[in-house]
Design a protein around this ligand. Structure first.
Ligand SMILES: NC(=O)c1ccc[n+]([C@@H]2O[C@H](COP(=O)([O-])OP(=O)(O)OC[C@H]3O[C@@H](n4cnc5c(N)ncnc54)[C@H](OP(=O)(O)O)[C@@H]3O)[C@@H](O)[C@H]2O)c1
Length: 305
């Protein structure tokens, strides 16, 4: 059995990683929240505020105790508008936590998989390959790019997995799922307004979780884009999802960014080229509707248990 640390364990993407980790993994979940459930092979380490965890010696003590084979660092503040308004908090969580973990991984020769984002790109080109130069347009993107560089500068055995917008239902907890928000809005009979001009390549949360586990266990080095096979506007994919969930697609209406008060700048076309993932990983990358079927079938399996 190999030991893995998963940070930000109560979040949306981490939920998929933790729930899908097979018996080959002993999972050490780092979270500020209490364990949502218990399972063999899952050891939940509830920690205090980040400032406490980053005190000298604190992470080192935990690493020495656990002796991990790999770390999947998922914890972050992914709320783009919050990061823009609270740059110091965003720096602490998104950059300083990553630096501290990368430093531990360097000292103790542990493989690190870091979850980054399509928002490191400026969105002028679209269909970005791993070799395209990043140029963030908001503070969140800057924090994730600085964190990427901190990982790449310190480590030899690392993978930076840039996630496209992640589509799916939560395995547990209250994490950041746009699909849950969209479904709740439509279920309540309201219209959902979605920016029409932004193009993305959504990856489903089940596939993202499987790919991150595969990357923790393999020897892939460097940057990899975890994205779906389709490039679509947020309006189009939200309407496709609404239709599949049984709601009238026209209840999803077009908004422009200017209509949304306090919204930080976003890249226009941040779609990612997923050809590296399709060739390097056993986990198949999927199109939007195929990914949605996988998400819904996973939800049905949970309901039946
Ligand atoms: N969702 C997307 O569409 C998307 C797209 C691209 C990239 N990503 C990246 O994927 C990762 C996961 O995103 P997500 O959507 O799963 O977000 P999420 O549901 O908000 O989960 C992030 C987790 O980070 C931890 N965290 C937040 N603030 C913290 C703080 N002040 N101190 C310590 N830990 C803190 C929390 O975990 P605990 O409560 O367990 O401590 C939180 O649940 C992030 O690195 C994000 O940048 C996400």
């Amino acid at each position: 059995m190999k030991r893995i640390i998963v940070t930000g364990a109560s979040g949306f993407v981490a939920g998929s990683v933790i729930c899908q980790a097979g018996p080959e993994w002993e999972v050490h979940a780092f979270s500020q929240k209490p364990a949502p459930f218990q399972r063999e092979g899952l050891i939940w380490h509830q920690h205090g505020p980040l400032a406490e965890l980053l005190q000298p010696g604190e992470l080192e003590r935990r690493f020495r105790e656990i002796q991990p084979d790999a770390v999947i660092h998922i914890a972050a503040i992914p709320d783009i508008d919050y990061c823009e308004q609270h740059p110091d908090v965003a720096d602490e969580v998104n950059v300083n936590y990553t630096i501290a973990l990368a430093e531990m991984c360097r000292q103790q020769k542990v493989r690190m998989v870091f979850t980054s984002t399509d928002t490191v790109f400026d969105g002028n080109k679209g269909h970005y390959a791993e070799t395209d130069p990043p140029a963030p347009v908001n503070h969140y993107g800057h924090t994730k790019l600085r964190a990427e560089r901190a990982v790449a500068d310190r480590l030899e055995d690392f993978c930076i997995a840039r996630l496209a917008i992640v589509m799916g239902l939560r395995f547990y907890g209250q994490g950041n799922s746009f699909l849950c928000r969209l479904r709740d809005t439509l279920e309540s009979g309201r219209e959902a307004s979605v920016p029409a001009e932004e193009i993305r390549s959504p990856v489903d949360v089940v596939t993202a979780g499987r790919a991150l586990l595969e990357l923790a266990g393999n020897t892939f080095q460097g940057i990899i884009h975890l994205a779906g096979n389709d490039r679509l506007s947020r309006l189009d994919f939200s309407r496709m999802i609404a239709g599949r969930l049984g709601y009238p697609p026209e209840r999803v209406v077009a908004a422009t960014a200017a209509d949304i008060p306090g919204r930080a700048r976003r890249p226009r076309d941040a779609s990612l080229d997923n050809s590296t993932a399709r060739s390097a990983l056993k986990t198949p990358m999927r199109g939007l509707l195929d990914g949605l079927e996988l998400v819904l079938s996973t939800e049905r399996m949970k309901d039946e248990r």
